[in-house]
Design a protein around this ligand. Structure first.
Ligand code: CA
Length: 230
């Protein structure tokens, strides 16, 4: 698939920023669709079925979080937030609403394009969860639920496999603590981040070459975790 076929819906009320984004995205041969309000965003998203959304949070009619939640209720399309809000809890709210990535304004054009490409790549792959993960010398077969270290087999618990699977579905992207607890332990355990921290610690001890300096199962301070397999 060529990039020219990718449609990107930009939800942004500031015409100057929309203009910059249009020039930037069209120069990379993306098709640019725009919406200046939350209401318009939902109409355009349904009409054009974009391959990716770039969503500002401060919109005149409704919060951008509403756009993310509504679109996420019917589509797995990648959503990147582009916002001047920099507080940790604002980022967490966006990830919990269903955003895949978060870029703060003012943004670097090169970084934004890199995130767009990464999100589109993830979407192409998102149908299949990777069957095998490599962590340095360790190989984890998620389908068979086996793990092989440099010398011996590594025993992982069912919870540890579930946590790895959840992170692997979003490999390269932040998954919030709430998302992980909801998917791995179930919604009735929301708020129980202690079990999550213990599980991550145990996984690192078993899989990371140096568990005190994780290279694969990364902490995103205040937000959640990110898996970066080989
Ligand atoms: Ca705005």
């Amino acid at each position: 698939m060529t990039q020219a076929m990718h449609r990107i819906l930009v939800v942004e009320d500031d015409p100057a920023i929309r203009g910059v984004l249009r020039a930037l995205l069209e120069s990379e041969r993306f098709r640019f669709i725009e919406a200046a309000t939350a209401e318009r965003a939902q109409i355009e998203a349904r009409a054009h079925k974009p391959d990716l959304l770039l969503v500002d949070l401060g919109l005149p009619d409704q919060d951008g979080l509403v756009v993310i939640r509504r679109v996420r209720s019917w589509s797995p399309v990648p959503i990147i937030v582009l916002s001047a809000r920099t507080l940790e809890e604002q980022k967490i709210a966006a990830f919990d609403a269903g955003a895949d990535d978060y870029v703060t304004k003012p943004f670097s054009a090169a970084e934004l394009l890199a995130r767009v490409r990464a999100a589109l790549r993830r979407n192409v792959r998102s149908a299949e969860v990777p069957q095998e993960l490599a962590f340095g010398g360790a190989r984890i077969d998620l389908a068979r639920r086996t793990a092989q270290g440099p010398e011996a087999e590594i025993r992982l618990t069912p919870l540890e496999y579930r946590l790895l699977e959840c992170l692997a579905r979003h490999a390269g992207f932040i998954v919030t603590q709430n998302q992980l607890v909801r998917e791995v332990w179930g919604p009735e355990h929301l708020g129980d981040t202690r079990s999550l921290r213990v599980c991550v610690k145990n996984l690192r001890a078993k899989l990371e070459p140096d568990p005190h300096r994780p290279a694969y199962l990364l902490t995103e301070p205040g937000l959640g975790y990110r898996l970066r397999p080989d």
